[in-house]
Every structure is written in C-alpha cells, then in structure tokens.
Design a protein around this ligand. Structure first.
Ligand code: MLT
Length: 332
C-alpha cells in the first residue's frame, strides 16, 4: 500500500515537473520569439495574386515582429505541395503558410491528400478577400460577356482557358464558368496565374479567371479584355466593371479568401504573437491602401482570429465538397 502511494506521488511529481518545463519553455520562447527570420510559404508562382498579398503582408508584419518575414514559393499540385510541406514542418514558429480557398477544396478534389486541412494545422487568421475577373486576350473578337459566350460556343474546340492547376481558384472559377455557360473548352494548367497571365498577354491562351490583385493594372491599361467581375455586387476598385451576374450568369460568385496557417503543435504563445502582428499589419496603411487599390477587402475583425479562420475553413469545406463531388472533378 505504502509502495503504491509512493509510486503515485512520484508520478504526480514527474507530471508536475514536465508541465512546469513546458510552461517555462513556452514562456521563454514567447519572450525571445522571433529570434530569427520567419518563412512564409506561398503555394503558387512568384508575381501572382497569392504572392502579391504574401509579399505586401510580409513587409507589414516584419515591422511589429522585429524580424524579416521571408516569402518562399513552393509550387505544384494546385497548392497542395506547399500545404503538405508546412503540415510536416517543425512547429517552432518559423514556418507559416498563406493559402486561399484551395485549403477547403483540396479534400474533395484530391482523393489521396497527404494532409488534413482541418486537423494538421494551427490557424492564425484571415487576411483579405479578393474578387476575381474573367479576362481574355486583347484581340478576342467579343466585346462583352454575351458576345464572348456566343463566340466560345461557336469555337469551343479552339478555345484555351488557362488556370493555375487543379485546386487553384482560377481552376474553380473556370470550371464554374464552363458549367454556367454549358460549354466545355480546353483548360491549360500553369504553376500559378502569373505565368498564366503572361501566356494570355502573349496570345498563347484565350481566357483566364484571375484575382483583381493581379489583373487590375492590366484591365486599366487595356492589355487584356475584361468580361466581368465574379462578385455579386460591383467592386469599389473598378466601379464601371459589370459583374458576370449582370452579364447574364445569374448567381455567379467566387470570392478568394486568404488565411495564414502554422504546423500543428506550434505553441499557443507563438500563434498569439504572430496573430497580433497579423492584425497590426492589416491596419498598416501601406498594406491596407495597396490592397484596396487592387480590389481586395481586409478580412473583418472576427475572421482575423485563429477561431475565425478555423470556423470559416470548416464552413467552406462543407460548401465546396458537395459542389465538387457533384461535378465529378478529381485532381488525382
Ligand atoms: C496564384 O497566386 O497564382 C493564384 O492564387 C492561383 C490560383 O488561381 O489559385
């Protein structure tokens, strides 16, 4: 009996020491963090819409963190390679992921996914919501959405629609556009919409659904043709641009939301510090003004939190899963 009591006491003591060590390590880490540059992983090509948000954010977050946030592009498989890389990275506060709607569509698009977006991450918060635009090469004969749809129907076998790979939002938007129009065309995948847009500018592809963060300057310069914005209402950055809804594609809506994630097990103290820096950065005029000029909206306060991102990801996963499964589209 006495030996049993002694065993229980030693077990309690060992647990107490272990808990204290974790607390001490956690609080020491919180005080010294960040002690070196932090990597922010972008799943698509440099110069594209995700990269533009990431680099503007990284510059704004470096100020409150007192450390450089380095953007690294890890391309491939519609963004899933980067997400898988971050899910398996050391949970030490020095590797984060910025990703968009792809986190919610990947579980339905990929039957063999090496990570679970809902369980393999810590959630930092949402960043911005970005509208998309359906654009075409400058010399396409159509002048508006109605003319474009007639032209595409008449020339379906010759039309190329670019995207950033299966699971990219450009792919999702293009898929919904074809479904809404009732005509299928050839899709051409790239490693991001930066190279896809270059191909459109060079006349190698005909159409692209892409985010305003990348397309605004080209639409304003007239180097591409705009056929509609993918939000239900017109956007402040381009008030003259009609929506696809207005053009006849009723209820067409795709809005790109971006969130920041860390590997599962990253200490709470680190997530809190990174989240505080994120929220400060979202209010930084350098970040906010650039995003507004490019048509993006800063995420509402409630979504800038770990809980806000996680519950939004859950609801988006529930929304897109059935749509993708009904369309019977798989990426693998
Ligand atoms: C990118 O940054 O290239 C885009 O976000 C890719 C996409 O269309 O999802």
């Amino acid at each position: 009996m006495r030996q049993h009591t002694r065993l229980i006491r030693s077990a309690v003591l060992a647990t107490t020491v272990a808990v204290s060590l974790v607390l001490v390590t956690g609080s020491t880490l919180a005080q010294s963090y960040p002690a070196k540059p932090i990597s922010l992983i972008v799943p698509f090509a440099a110069g594209g819409p995700t990269d533009i948000v990431a680099r503007t954010l990284a510059a704004a977050m470096s100020k409150p963190l007192g450390q450089t946030v380095l953007v690294e592009n890890k391309l491939g498989a519609g963004g899933t390679l980067a997400a898988s890389y971050v899910a398996k990275a050391a949970p030490d506060g020095y590797t984060f992921l910025i990703h968009h709607n792809g986190m919610s569509t990947a579980p339905a698009l990929y039957r063999k996914l090496s990570f679970n977006p809902l369980t393999d991450f810590e959630y930092v918060g949402q960043v911005v919501d970005v509208p998309m635009t359906l654009i075409g090469r400058k010399d396409l004969p159509a002048k508006n959405l109605q003319e474009l749809m007639a032209y595409v129907k008449a020339n379906a076998s010759k039309i190329n629609l670019a995207n950033a790979g299966l699971g990219a939002v450009s792919h999702l938007c293009g898929m919904l556009f074809q479904k809404a129009m009732g005509t299928e065309v050839t899709t051409v995948p790239f490693s991001g919409t930066a190279p896809a847009l270059n191909a459109l500018l060079g006349g190698q592809v005909d159409l692209l659904c892409d985010q305003t963060t990348q397309t605004t300057q080209h639409i304003k310069a007239g180097t591409v043709k705009l056929f509609g914005v993918t939000t239900k209402e017109r956007i402040r950055a381009m008030p003259d641009a009609a929506t696809l809804n207005e053009g006849g594609l009723k209820d067409f809506e795709v809005i790109v939301w971006h969130g920041v994630y860390a590997p599962k097990g990253t200490p709470v103290s680190v997530i809190e510090k990174f989240n505080a820096a994120l929220r400060t950065a979202l209010k930084d005029p350098a970040f906010a003004n650039r995003m507004t000029d490019l048509g993006a909206e800063i995420a509402p306060d409630a979504k800038q939190t770990p809980e806000g991102l996680k519950s939004w990801l859950q609801s988006e996963t529930q929304k897109w899963g059935p749509v993708i499964r009904a369309a019977g589209v798989y990426a693998d």
